[in-house]
Ligand binder design. Sequence first.
Ligand code: CA
Length: 730
Amino acid sequence: MRNVSIVILGGLLLAACGFREQQGEPVRATVAAVDHARLLAADEEPGNWMTYGRTYDEQRFSPLKQINDANVGQLGLAWYFDLRTHRGVEATPLVIDGVMYNVSAWNITYALDAKTGRELWRYDPQVDRSRGRYACCDAVSRGLAAWNGKIIIATLDGRLIALDAKTGKPVWEVDTFGEYRDKWPYTITGAPRAFDGKVIIGNAGAESGVRGYVTAYDAETGRQLWRFYTVPGEPGKKDGAASDEVLEKIARPTWNGEWWKYGGGGTAWDSIVYDPDFDVVYIGVGNGSPHPQEYRSPGGGDNLFLASIVAVKADTGEYVWHFQQVPGDSWDFTSTQPMMLADLEIDGQKRKVLMHAPKNGFFYVIDRTNGKLISAEKFAPNVWATHIDMETGRPVLTKQAKYGKEPVLLTPSVAGAHNWQPMAYSPLTGLVYFPAQEHWWVFSLDPNFEATVAQRLSNPGIRTIPVGTGGPMDAKRRKLFEIAQSREKGWLTAWDPVAQKEVWRIEYPRAGSGGTLVTAGNLLIQGTSRMTVAIYRADNGQLLWEMPVQTIPVAPPITYMVDGEQYIAINAGWGGGMAMAELRAGRGMHRADARVLAFKLGGTAQLPPLPERDPIPLPPPSTASREVIEKGAELYDRTCARCHGPQAIGGGVIKDLRHMKPETHAAFKDIVLKGTLVGLGMGSFANELSEEDVEAIHAYLIERANQDWGDRSLEATQSPSQSQAGGSAE
Ligand code: CA
């Protein structure tokens, strides 16, 4: 697999390679003239935002202070740019020398004038939308990388593409899935990171059963440099990868059974951080696949490197150290959450640390010279573990944590106490800011789980969701689910990583707020689940400014400077995992399509009014037998709920199937079995469902639509653009 095909497009490679050779022109004459030296010194260019977390330490702290706690009241909208999608937008845009590079749903990529929002170019990589249904958590991308005149994107369907930063035309393209493309349901949602002539990317798909890996490529040509698999593969088979030796020596002895048949999981779907101090890369590794260890590795074991941080050499991918946060994961707990590097003074000593607030609800401070735990404390309610044992670094689990066939209510849960939303750290306040949540979920083993490909695609082995129609087991799950919903909370926490305690918090009406940015102007900025962008004092959390923006921006804000003026910008587009798995957050939300919003002092732009919501179409009468509806509920729960929502209540991004129009009902079978709406991301399910199955699911949906008809509190809305387009099956 080292021989993946590389397509060099046109003669652009030469031009992109050598900005220093361009007839003595100043370096900045090349668009996105970003090299290793410039990225290493990114902190000295506060007017730019050249890499995912602004600097390699990913602190998301900006030294800019033209906008500050004294004048932020004069902040207004400078410009907005319509991204023309109702899907989630999670990306951190880059701004380099006055140009904003941004990536939206389905990896559509834009260069915008950062001063005006004018479109300079747009590139649509024509993502294979049948892959959309393999993405657990929306057709999102978290960002892009810049390298030497190129903007590098990683597409949902597994391609790494370098675009000419000036024109948006592809320079090279490489297939990161290669031989796995047609065999395994991989996707990519993470942002590539570029450093020292390399670009690195992981992948996603552990919910459907894949084997995680991270690959480094030459940023100039796309040639593969090294690959690191995060979990061992089939016994006796070498990968020819940088991970071969460590997987045999350290990881394989921690596994049992035939996990490789389901992939094992361990996808590095988000945080991968380069540390120039040690020339290593930290890989945040994801959950196990299938979810319950009982099915994945019967007899137990730590299942390395699931839910771990793995440090590897940047040049070769060779293993350096690892720290596992969740041995033998059974809860969809990942260590993929944003990692942040800092030098902190702890007990009078300066320590080079990695700070991390993963799904499992503990805030970790880790010594990055050796991967040893310095401290770990709970940042959210936690009935999964009582504490972290400081000797071993292992969580001490509660009794109920290990669930069986009986449903159990746990927090943190699949959505995590904190998820992918980037956190920010201010060296001025000494605080780390991130959105935390209390999110409960119902866990039980799915007694009918089979490791067939068809089942794997839709079923990670746990029953989390109550179906809508009753039955003895279901009644208990439904009750627990109602309790779970009633307990949901979301807040912005200001966390002292040295004292390991919360200093203050901002409570929100519901979970789902976005990532954070903090500035030297004493500003803490966040998109909120109040459907606003809010700015607080970074030192004490006092609300200074807030603006309704017609949606919940889940992406983190950035700040930059053009022509002497400071801007704050954010992608405002609700979506992602919370919108899929979560009932309350998106329920009833009437919102705009995604936009980029840019603010400045004295900005006077106005958003257009939000159009009225459409009335809900009258559902057909429910005439199927109880038996058929029950079967449909079971199949829906297994196959459809992950995207379309538990109990057929949409989270506000993917189509709420109670809202189908007559023409969608008429076309239902073809949509599901023939993939007639694949353009919206609704691929065919012909390999998993029979015609009879589809009829049963349809009967269940008609029943659910009739149950909730007329109760507007239960509505999730469609956007104007969707309703104009007619029967969307997203
Ligand atoms: Ca997962």
